[in-house]
Write a protein that binds this ligand. Sequence first.
Ligand SMILES: *[C@@H]1O[C@H](CO)[C@@H](O)[C@H](O)[C@H]1NC(C)=O
Length: 395
Amino acid sequence: MATPTSSFFLLPLFFVFLFLLTGSDAVFDVVKFGAKADGSADSARSFLKAWSYACNSRSPATVYVPAGKFFVTQAVFRGPCKNSMIKFLIQGTLVAPSNYGGSGGSDQWIAFSGVNGVSISGGGTLDGGGSRLWACKLAGRSCPSGTSSLTFVNSKNIAVDGLTSIDSKLFHIVVLRCQNVKLSRVNIVASGNSPNTDGIHVQMSTGVDILQANIRTGDDCISVGPGTAHLWIERVFCGPGHGISIGSLGRAQGLQEESVRNVTVKTVTFSGTQNGVRIKTWGTRIQGQVRGVVFEDALMRNVQNPIIIDQNYCPGNKGCPGQSSGIKISQVKYKNIRGTSATPVAVTFDCSPRNPCSGITLQDIKLSYYSQRAQSSCKYANGVASGLNVPPSCL
Ligand SMILES: *[C@@H]1O[C@H](CO)[C@@H](O)[C@H](O)[C@H]1NC(C)=O
C-alpha cells in the first residue's frame, strides 16, 4: 500500500533510477517534495527535503526551483555533503514573510552553512519582503534587526550567477567565514531610504570575487568587514546607496581580527550615492590594519564623498570620544577616478593621529563640484600624487 511514508522512500529511488537511465546529474525538484508555487503555503520543509537528497547524493546533484512564487519562512541548508557539486537552479521567486517578528532571533532567511561546492543559477529572485520592517525602523520604533536574505557561512567554493535580490529586511547577501566565493551578475534592488539593506557584505573571508553587480539600495552597496583578504570587485554599478566601504573596522565587538588586506575595486560607477570609495574606522583604540587596496577606474556621478578615508567614526560620540583609531591604513592606491562630487570636498583623508595613513597614491583624479572646483582635505595622510590631480592633491 502506498502510504505517504513509503512514497517518501520510493522517491529517491526513482531519482537514482532516472540518474542511471539518463547518465545526467540527479535533479531534486522542490515541487515533487511538496513545495507550492502559490506564494502563500510555506515551502520551507520541501526545500530542505530536496536539499537533503542533493546533499546526500554521492554524485553531482541539482535542487530545482521552477518558475512561480514560493513562500519560504526560513531555510538553512547545512553541510557537510557527500558531493561537492550541488547546483541550486532557481527559476522562480522565493518570498520571505512580510511580518518581521517570526525569525526566532535568527538573522538569516536563506542560508548555506558549512557547505563546499554549491552554485546558484537560473535567474531566480529572492524577495525579502522588507518594507514593513523598514517602516518600523524609519518610525524610530523598537523593531527586530531583521534577517539577511542570503547568507553563506563557514563555506567554500561557492558560485552565484544571475540572481536577483529585492527588498531584504537586513543585508541582501552576506559572505561570512568563507573561502573562494564568486558572485557574478547579481542584481540587488531596495528603496534608497531602506535602513541596513547593504547589498553585499563580506567578512572573515578569503578569495571573494564580485563581478558585474548592479546594486540599488539604502545602505552600503558593498561593505567589507574585518578579516577579509583577496577581495576582487569589478564592473559594479552602485546607486542609490552608501557606496563601497571598507569598514567600519575597530568597533568594540571583541573581534580578534580587525584587518583587511588586498582589496581591488575596479571599473565601478556610483550614481547619487553618499560615498564612492570609502575606508572607515571607529575612533577606538582597537588595533588592526588595512593594507593593499586599489581603487581603479571609477566614475562618480553626483556623489557626496567620492573619495574618503574616515578614521574618526564615532556616532553620537558614544564609546570613543577623543580616541584616535588604532587601525593602520597603508598602501592605498586611487587611479583614474573621475566625475562629479555633490559637495565641495571631493577627496577627504581624515586619518588617525596615532596611526597616520601611509603609502597613499593618487593618480589621474578628475573630480569637479558641479561646474566649480572641488577641494581635497588631508589630516595625518602621507603619500604621493602623480599624473593629473583635480582637485590638487593635499598629500
Ligand atoms: C590579491 O588578491 C587577488 C585575488 O583577488 C590575487 O589574485 C592576488 O594574488 C593577491 N595578491 C597578493 C599580493 O596577495
